[in-house]
Design a protein around this ligand. Structure first.
Ligand code: ATR
Length: 299
């Protein structure tokens, strides 16, 4: 019998707060990073069923000495009113995904934007400066990616969405923050194929094609795309969505959402622990996650 405890008396707590949280891969990442860096951090998912419980949940974790929390849907904007200090990116995008509990109050951060940009750079070997980008979808993830694109100096951004009013809202939000060419289009618009052909980068942020509804694509069959273009799908389950399969057949550069997931987690972990996660460890965790995500997919 091995008496080495998984959790010892000096363990520090971090948690994911959201609703739902059962699908999350974040505990694998944080607990592995903790073990590999000797940080003695324990990370658990906690479902907060109702917005009215949010403030007390945060206070309870703070009182119990937790180092911080990740915030996921649907609370990334709601938590802002409880945060005493907010970083520039989180303030501008009005979205906090990381809170650090410190002696002078809660500190709010956004590591989604930097996570996407670091992941994009790692996977594609390029940045978004002067790029023409189409973002498919108009939810929270679309807003983050449009924000990241505007921050990076994209030359033109299209928000293409099933419901035009939702796309318009994202466009308004980004225009309030940046002087950038950004336009909305309904997904069914006849000029969408043309727009996609003219773009350097296409990013899917919709849930179409995600586990368990695999096999479908948010876009009609892609025509006229080629190897100069990047197709990025934030879905990582399945590891290669139908959209990415289509894009690969056209010779496009492709990437899925695994790097974004990993780098936003690393950003939070570094904030809480002060550790610096080296590239070697990042790649090791990435490979382990890839194995986990693709296990059984070949069947
Ligand atoms: P998140 O905040 O995680 O990005 P979300 O707010 O649920 O998620 O957004 C999901 C996006 O996927 C939305 O843009 C949604 O389109 P609508 O704004 O029209 O609802 C899009 N989406 C979901 N199912 C879709 C489908 N079957 N076809 C096209 N778009 C779809």
């Amino acid at each position: 019998m091995n008496l080495e405890l998984l959790v010892n008396g000096r363990a520090k707590l971090a948690a994911l707060i959201g609703n739902p949280v059962g699908h999350t891969f974040s505990p694998y990442i944080h607990n592995t990073l903790s073990r590999e860096t000797g940080s003695n951090l324990i990370y658990i998912p906690l479902q907060v069923y109702d917005k009215v419980k949010l403030e007390n949940s945060l206070a309870a974790l703070n009182d119990l000495g937790a180092v911080g929390v990740n915030i996921t849907l649907p609370y990334k904007t709601d938590v802002i009113e409880y945060v005493a200090h907010i970083d520039e990116t989180a303030k501008r995008i009005v979205s906090v995904n990381t809170i650090a509990f410190r002696s002078d109050g809660y500190y709010g951060f956004n590591t989604d934007i930097s996570g996407f940009l670091k992941g994009y750079s790692r996977d594609i070997g390029d940045d978004l400066k002067n790029k023409r980008i189409s973002v498919i979808g108009a939810g929270g993830a679309a807003r983050s990616i449009a924000f990241a694109a505007a921050l990076s100096g994209a030359s033109i951004i299209y928000i293409v969405n099933r419901t035009l009013a939702h796309a318009d809202k994202v466009v308004d939000d980004i225009k309030r923050q940046f002087n950038v060419n950004i336009f909305s289009r309904p997904l069914c618009s006849p000029d969408v194929q043309h727009i996609l052909r003219e773009c350097d980068v296409i990013v899917n942020t919709t849930t179409v094609g995600m586990y368990p509804l695999m096999g479908s694509s948010p876009l009609p069959p892609l025509s006229g795309l080629d190897k100069r273009q990047v197709v990025y799908d934030i879905i990582y389950r399945p590891f290669k969505s139908a959209l990415l399969e289509q894009a690969e057949e056209k010779g496009c550069k492709t990437a899925n959402g695994l790097s974004m997931l990993l780098y936003q987690a690393i950003g939070s972990f570094e904030i809480w622990t002060g550790a610096h996660i080296e590239e070697l460890l990042t790649e090791q965790v990435r490979s382990a996650l890839e194995r986990l995500l693709t296990k059984g997919e070949e069947k």
